[in-house]
Design a protein around this ligand. Structure first.
Ligand code: BES
Ligand code: ZN
Length: 958
């Protein structure tokens, strides 16, 4: 290992001498970035502040503590005092934005050691008076601390490594002090910058995104969720700006530093918390606030957004949602304030930093003039999701990332409960079936799926952690917890939760700790179960996939089978439970709910499910269980009959439309769409459309497309007319939330299937807007679909107009509608030009790049263009946009969604091989899933195309 201190690589060192010492700090920051790019996989040998660099040592596959991604258990942090100074102006010489910082961490030595490992990434350390990049002292008397022998940065595992001359003493406390510089880059991770223009002035915000492993990019820290500590944060910032962090701003002073008049804001110490939940923000934002039952609630955003009252809705729902969760958890909100802030650049949708939740603007800001009911619903649910984390995740935190599914799955389930409390008239609780259960069925039905639970040892590197933020963790997690709450009853579920949160407050857990508490609550309340919470839930958590339960109502025989999209696909991973589940079955007979049953083995017979005469059975009511149901043909026929004739039960049946699978014949499934022309309700339509979307993807380049469009046009026409009538020829908005949604479905499908009246309507609206850009006559609910269809029907004039509106939009929610609609054009040259824009941050913000490429791929004309584009630029996209969250797996899945030919499969495999070196990061699994999905699609088409073509052709006839 090399020398102590920080390092400067040779070329940069030489430049530093030429430019003089003044520029040194920023040059160093540059060198950090430079070296880390250069040596992604190599060890960098630090030098002692000199101008030469040691030769790069080849990485020996050694097994030193610093080669491991997990921290040793020898040191336990207790508190940090961190001062950070982000510079919101570009350094003239280097052209970089930077921040500087000082940090003292107080830790306890739990096991004697002569090694300090602390996470640090892309930070550059100042050499202190002792000649090292850190100073170690003993805290609160005791024996003097040993001196530092060597210190260096271990790039691959992201550590500052400090070797000591002697041992740290067990149970003694120490202070480790460092001074450092980092780049305030526009990379959406760690301490980063966000930029926007307001009233002609360019502005910069310094903000953070730590989860999962980027706190170490802001200051050296023990960056694991179980290493909880108390944080004393201080921010130095310019006059005219405000500083925010997890704690309340405590004191302000106005010193002169480095010749500048600055503001110093010190924050109240945090509670004991994990590093990934920290946040620091410097901005010139405005805010709105209220005090509800003694709690300060504030919503921050760009001044113009606050002036336009765009923070009001968030402010209005936060109080009620917090109150809901206080009651749900039976625990009061743990902090003295709740801040939420909307940022112009933000990678995920929102982040649950404790006491200072960050959002992208579209997820927090609401404007009556611009936002649709769908935008409003998203805001309510996302706020609810993040507030749910304030207890579940923040107060009590999973010990390691392998249990991430419980954290995210839980919040993804209860977000519906909180949003429902805030907006009871919307009935959002029903939507989980479509948005989570059905959505994740598609992924979890692949042989390349994976269990909810991962082994601790399999999740080590940051990329492995990032990969866990997928549909399985979120949507399957939400689905199985909903099922659990349902069979325990909500009351018992809440009781168990409450004791769990109480017991582990400010601590860490593993997922079985929650099972323990739920089990206790189940016993205390005499809930009859066919096993313990552990034994039942193990089946759902430890094995991938889900069962299809088949009920033969002629005999009452029932059996379960692992449901696979392609039944011939090979499940290579064995399961200790043989892919059998313990299945709770809520059911009804001919409209009458029956007592819940449990299927605990592969096959069984439930005599009361045997029917005679006109009686029928419907199982898995409300899709409260995470499984599919199939019946004998006779029962299907009766159910179809009910669908066609009885309104009341119809919405309970939306799981019937299981078109893509072999469990029922495709045409039987298609038969279930025949009644749609008589149905005006959202749930059945949305469910059908979700499934029919798959047909569009598979067939929009084939001969099936024409007859299919004709059939759908026929089905949607009465619905279109219905909405035209109840809205007084499109002059009013339908009353209910769901009706508003279905109006959009009606217009969107009618226009998409070529209904002339619809197309004329939207063209008229759009050209009215074009001729008078100041007044947009299109209702916000309808904008996305109107923009898309108008741009699809138009040429570059329409496109350029929409682009201009996109660039000038005063609210991100409007910009987003345009951004997706711009991908609807049928002109290849416009699509290609748009693709080029996606990788230019001046045109499309980095946060939106991958989703824009996916929008383009969703367009049948853009599909192959987007695929070519992604293939050609993979390594650039990967290095520039590869960090963080789900966007990467979304990109891979998105551009390959239509794949259904041998040729496309070959291309995909080639793509995988060609980029093995570069890698796929958090999109790794998505590549496998895409390959498997393509294989399943090829098979499905070859087996069904003919029949489907005939069916649509016959049914399309007037
Ligand atoms: N903790 C996540 C944010 C996150 C995601 C951080 C991925 C790092 C990587 C947050 O609680 C979350 O889940 N946000 C969701 C919104 C939610 C409503 C599903 C998001 O960002 O989309
Ligand atoms: Zn979450």
């Amino acid at each position: 290992m090399g020398e102590k201190g920080f390092y400067i690589s040779k070329p940069v060192g030489v430049v530093a001498i030429i430019l003089g010492v003044g520029a040194l700090a920023t040059i160093i920051a540059l060198s950090v970035v430079y070296d880390q790019e250069k040596s992604k996989n190599n060890e960098v040998s630090p030098t002692n502040g000199g101008t030469t660099s040691n030769p790069i040592t080849t990485p020996t596959p050694s097994n030193e503590p610093w080669d491991k991604y997990r921290l040793p258990t020898s040191l336990v942090p207790d508190q940090y005092h961190v001062t950070l100074w982000p510079r919101l102006t570009r350094n003239e010489t280097t052209g970089l934005y930077i921040f500087t910082g000082k940090s003292t961490v107080e830790f306890v030595c739990a096991e004697e050691t002569d090694l300090i490992l602390i996470h640090s990434n892309k930070l550059n350390y100042t050499t202190l008076e002792n000649g090292h990049s850190a100073r170690l002292t003993s805290a609160g008397g005791g024996v003097a601390a040993p001196s530092i022998k060597h210190s260096w940065l271990k790039i691959e595992t992201q550590y500052l490594v400090i070797q000591l001359d002697g041992k740290l003493v067990k149970d003694q406390r120490y202070h480790l002090y460092t001074e450092f510089t980092g780049e305030l880059a526009d990379d959406l991770g760690g301490f980063y910058r966000s930029e926007y223009t307001e009233n002609g002035v360019d502005k910069v915000v310094a903000t953070t995104q730590m989860q999962p492993t980027d706190a170490r990019k802001a200051f050296p820290c023990f960056d694991e969720p179980a290493m909880k500590a108390v944080f004393y944060i201080t921010l130095i910032h310019q006059h005219g700006t405000i500083a925010l962090s997890n704690g309340m701003e405590n004191s302000k002073s106005f010193p002169i530093m480095e010749g500048q008049n600055v503001l110093v804001t010190a924050f109240a110490p945090t509670k004991k918390m994990s590093t990934y939940l920290l946040a620091f923000i410097v901005s010139d934002f405005g805010f709105v606030s209220e005090i509800t039952e003694g709690l300060l609630i504030r919503i921050y955003a760009r001044k113009n957004a606050i002036a336009a009252n765009q923070g009001e809705y968030a402010l209005n729902v936060t109080g009620p949602i917090l109150k809901f969760f206080e009651d749900y958890y039976n625990a009061s909100y743990p902090l003295p304030k709740s801040d939420q802030i909307a940022l112009p650049d933000f990678n995920a949708g929102a982040m649950e930093n404790w006491g200072l939740i960050t959002y992208r603007e579209t997820a927090l800001l609401y404007d009556t003039e611009f936002s649709s009911n769908s935008n409003k619903e998203r805001i309510a649910s996302i706020i609810s999701h993040e507030l749910a984390h304030m207890w579940f995740g923040n107060l009590v935190t999973l010990r390691w990332w392998n249990d991430l599914w419980l954290n995210e799955g839980f919040a993804s389930y209860v977000e519906y409960l909180g949003a429902d409390y805030a907006e009871p008239s919307w009935n959002v609780k029903d939507l989980i079936v479509l948005s989570d259960v059905h959505r994740v069925f598609a992924v979890d039905a692949l042989a390349s799926s994976h269990p909810l639970s991962s082994n601790v040892d399999d999740i080590q590197k940051p990329a492995q952690i990032s990969e866990l933020f997928d549909a399985i963790s979120y949507s399957k997690g939400a689905s199985v917890l909903r099922m659990l709450s349902d069979f325990l009853t909500e009351d018992v579920f809440k009781k168990g939760l409450s004791t769990y949160l109480n017991k582990f407050a400010y601590g860490n857990t593993v997922y079985t700790d929650l099972w323990d508490h739920l089990q206790e609550a189940a016993v205390a309340n005499s809930v009859a179960l066919p096993g313990t919470v552990h034994t039942i839930m193990n089946r759902w958590v430890l094995q991938m996939g889900f069962p299809v339960v088949t009920i033969d109502t002629t005999t009452g025989a029932i059996h379960q089978k692992h449901f696979l999209l392609d039944p011939e696909s090979n499940v290579t991973v064995p399961s200790e439970f043989n892919y059998e589940w313990i299945v709770p079955i809520r059911w009804m007979k001919t409209g009458n709910p029956q007592a819940q049953k449990w299927l605990v083995k592969k096959t069984d017979t439930f005599v009361d499910m045997k029917t005679s005469g006109a009686d029928w059975v419907l199982a898995n009511l409300n899709v409260s269980g995470y499984y599919r149901v199939n019946y004998d043909q006779g029962n299907w026929d009766k159910l179809l009959d009910v669908l066609n004739n009885s309104h009341q039960v119809r919405h309970k049946l939306c799981d019937m439309i299981i078109i893509r699978t072999k469990i029922i014949k495709t045409v039987l499934a298609l038969d279930t769409t025949k009644y749609l022309s008589k149905d005006m309700e959202y749930m059945p339509w949305e469910s059908a459309l979700d499934n029919l979307d798959y047909f569009s993807l598979m067939f929009d380049r084939s001969e099936v497309y024409g007859p299919m469009q004709a059939y759908l046009k026929k089905q949607v026409t009465p619905v279109f007319n219905y909405y035209k009538e109840i809205t007084g020829n499109w002059t009013k908005v339908p009353d209910g939330h769901m009706e508003q949604y279905n109006q959009v479905n009606a217009i969107s499908l009618a226009c998409r299937t070529g209904m002339e009246e619809c197309q004329t309507l939207i063209k008229t609206w759009f050209s009215a807007w074009m001729s008078n850009p100041e007044t947009n006559p299109i209702h916000p609910n309808l904008r996305s679909t109107v923009y898309c269809n108008a741009i699809a029907a138009g040429g570059d004039k329409e496109w350029d107009f929409a682009w201009k509106q996109f660039k000038n939009a005063a609210i991100a929610i409007e910009a987003d509608k345009l951004r997706s609609a711009l991908a609807c054009t049928k002109q290849p040259w416009l699509l290609n030009r748009y693709l080029e824009y996606t990788l230019d941050p001046n045109m499309i913000r980095k946060q939106d790049a991958t989703s824009t490429i996916v929008y383009i791929a969703q367009n049948v004309v853009g599909q192959s263009l987007a695929w070519d584009f992604v293939r050609a630029r993979w390594s650039y996209i990967f290095t520039q946009y590869g960090g963080g969250s789900f966007s990467f797996s979304n990109l891979v899945n998105g551009v390959t969604e239509r794949f259904s030919t041998e040729f496309e499969l070959q291309q995909l495999k080639q793509f995988k091989a060609d980029n093995a070196e570069v890698g796929f990061g958090s999109g790794t699994l998505a590549v496998e899933q895409s390959i498997e999905r393509t294989i399943a699609n090829i098979k499905w088409i070859s087996e069904n195309e003919k029949e489907i073509l005939d069916w649509f052709t016959a049914e399309a006839k007037p």
